[in-house]
Design a protein around this ligand. Sequence first.
Ligand code: ZN
Length: 169
Amino acid sequence: MSLKHCDIDTFHRTTMTDQRELDARFLREAYDQAKASYDEGGLPIGAAMAENGVVIASGHNRRVQDGDPIAHGEMDCFRRAGRRARYDGVTLYTTLSPCMMCSGTILQFGVRRVVVGEDKNFPGNIDFLRAHGVEVLLVNDAACIELMGRFIREHPELWDEDIAGTTEV
Ligand SMILES: [Zn+2]
């Protein structure tokens, strides 16, 4: 193998490793948001938005805290990111597979990459997003699964309210 090929291989390996490390770090940031919401008595669903290796916003579900039914974790993160002309370089991290409202917002704003903490407690709309050209990385992170599962066991009525009695959307 020529030196040139070695360099390219090393470059690709390094780039992929870096992306994995960034994804793990930023998903952890979304988890920290989820945990903060849990500690406030709210739904433990958090999100973070990153661009060029830097987090530009994070947020969490505020249904209980603010009495706001559309303040899902992803929506809160979009709101905190403020006005943007484009989202095509953004990756959205969310601890739980997105509901249809949040999936619609992801498509509406043209987010092209989403990292999902887990889909065990709620299937969400990963297939829908992929069918619309969004790259979705499903991690099924143990901490995300445990925290959401714990909340659903402790507050089934709040979880039922957040998804309006449905389990699919
Ligand atoms: Zn949602």
